[in-house]
Design a protein around this ligand. Structure first.
Ligand SMILES: Nc1ncnc2c1ncn2[C@@H]1O[C@H](COP(=O)(O)OP(=O)(O)O)[C@@H](O)[C@H]1O
Ligand SMILES: [Mg+2]
Length: 366
C-alpha cells in the first residue's frame, strides 16, 4: 500500500499543502523541532484510523484561527488508486471515497493501513492494561470486520448490563440475558485475541534478535478472566459470571470480562515493566511493529505504510542501519528525524524532504 498524493487544508500548522510520494520508497522528513514533521505523520495516521495518536480533541488538529480541516489522499492499494478524503468541522467528520460520501466510519477505517512507531509507545509496557488492549485491538479491528462488529456489540451489552446493575431493583433475568450474549461475543473475542497474539509472537521471536545484543527469549502472556485451556469455554465463563454476581451487584458494575484483559510482554520470563532497559523495550517495540506489518502482509497481500516518528534519534548507529536494512523492500515508509540521516545508509529508493514552518521542500539530495 502506498500514499501517492497527500493534501492538507488547514491541518495543524499547514495552510494549504500538497505532497507527492513514491511507491515502496523511504521518505525521510527532516527539519528542526516544531516545524511540522510529526504533523505529516499524524495526518496519514488520521486517514487510517480517523483519530490522532496525540490528542483526542479534533479541534486541536484544526489550524489555529480556522474552523475546519481537510485531508485528502490518493492511495494505491494492490495496483488500484483510491481517492480518499476526510473533512472535519464542528468536531464532525465527513468521509468521502471518490468524492462520494461514506456513511460508516467502519468502512473507511483500514482503507489506509498504517503502522506507527512513536516515542510515546515506549510507555506501552508500564501503561494500564487499556493501552495494551488498544494496541492489540487496533490491529484486529483493521484486519477483521467480524472482530470489529463483535467487539462493539460486546461493548454495547456491557454498557446495558452496567445500567441494569445500577437500577434500584436489579432485574436478574435481564442481567442473565446480557450475560449470555456477552459470553457468546467473548468466545469470539478471546479466541481471536489469543490467536493473534500467538501469531504476532511467532514473528517477534525471529525479529527481536536483530535488534537486541542479548539472547533473551521474548514471550507474551494473554491474561483474561477465564482459563482459555478449558474444553468448554462457554461453561467456564458462565461459572465465572455466577461466582462474580454478588460482587457485580455490590459494585453495580460488571467486574469481569474481556474489557479487563491484559497482554503481558516478557523477556526471559520477566515482565518488561519490571526489569527491561529502555534499549530492550525499544527493541521489543520495533520487533512488535515490524511483526504486525508482517502479519498484515501475509493476511492482505501487501505491506502497510510504516510511520517512524522520531525513532531514529533514540537508536545508536548500528541499530539505525540494521533497522533500515530490515525494512521490507515493498513497503512505503516515512521517517521523521531532527538529525540528518546519510543517504549512503540506504540501499534502496529514498527521498529526503526538508520541513520548515508548515512548508515542505523536496529532494535535498538531488
Ligand atoms: N492546530 C494548530 N494550528 C497551528 N499550528 C499548530 C497546530 N498544532 C500544532 N501546531 C504547530 O505545529 C508545530 C509542531 O509540529 P510537529 O509536526 O509536532 O513538529 P516536529 O517537526 O517537531 O515533528 C508547532 O510549531 C506547533 O505550534
Ligand atoms: Mg515531531
Amino acid at each position: 500500500m502506498n500514499i501517492r498524493k497527500l493534501k492538507f487544508y488547514h491541518f495543524r500548522n499547514y495552510d494549504k499543502a500538497s505532497f507527492s510520494f513514491d511507491e515502496n520508497t523511504i521518505h525521510v522528513l527532516q527539519g528542526k523541532n516544531a516545524q511540522g514533521k510529526t504533523n505529516i505523520v499524524e495526518g496519514i495516521y488520521f486517514l487510517s484510523l480517523l483519530r490522532s495518536f496525540r490528542t483526542n480533541k479534533l479541534a486541536h488538529l484544526v489550524k489555529h484561527g480556522e474552523a475546519s480541516f481537510v485531508i485528502e489522499a490518493d492511495v494505491e492499494s494492490k495496483g488500484r488508486i483510491e481517492e480518499l478524503k476526510v473533512a472535519v468541522s464542528d468536531s464532525k467528520k465527513q468521509l468521502f471515497r471518490f468524492n462520494d460520501p461514506v456513511a460508516k466510519y467502519s468502512s473507511f477505517v483500514g482503507m489506509v493501513n498504517a503502522i506507527l512507531f512513536c516515542p510515546d509507545d515506549m510507555t506501552l509496557f508500564s501503561d494500564a492494561p487499556a493501552a495494551r488492549r488498544k494496541f492489540i485491538d487496533m490491529e484486529l479491528i483493521k484486519l477483521s470486520k467480524s472482530y470489529t462488529a463483535t467487539l462493539s456489540h460486546y461493548q454495547k451489552l456491557l454498557k446495558e448490563r452496567n445500567q441494569a446493575l445500577k437500577q434500584p431493583y436489579v432485574d436478574r433475568s435481564l442481567l442473565d440475558v446480557y450475560t449470555r450474549q456477552m459470553i457468546q461475543d467473548q468466545k469470539i473475542i478471546i479466541s481471536q485475541r489469543h490467536r493473534f497474539l500467538d501469531e504476532l509472537m511467532e514473528k517477534v521471536r525471529t525479529l527481536y534478535p536483530f535488534f537486541s545484543d542479548g539472547q533473551e527469549r521474548m514471550e507474551a502472556r494473554y491474561e483474561t478472566f477465564v482459563s482459555i485451556e478449558e474444553d468448554d469455554l462457554q461453561q467456564a465463563m458462565r461459572a465465572c459470571y455466577e461466582k462474580t454476581l454478588e460482587r457485580d451487584l455490590q459494585y453495580k458494575n460488571t467486574q469481569i470480562g474481556v474489557h479487563k484483559d491484559d497482554f503481558v510482554f516478557l523477556l526471559d520470563g520477566v515482565p518488561l515493566v519490571e526489569a527491561a532497559s529502555q534499549g530492550q523495550k525499544r527493541s521489543v517495540l520495533l520487533a512488535l511493529k515490524l511483526g504486525l506489518a508482517q502479519i498484515v502482509y501475509e493476511k492482505g497481500g501487501q505491506y502497510p505504510i510504516l510511520l517512524l516518528d522520531d525513532v531514529f534519534s533514540e537508536l545508536d548507529e548500528s541499530r539505525r542501519r540494521k533497522l533500515i536494512a530490515m525494512l521490507p523492500e515493498t513497503m512505503q515508509i516515512f521517517i521523521t528525524s531532527a538529525e540528518p540521516i546519510p543517504k549512503s545508509w540506504f540501499e534502496r529508493p529514498v527521498k529526503f524532504y526538508e520541513i520548515e514552518n508548515g512548508k515542505i521542500k523536496e529532494d535535498l539530495h538531488e
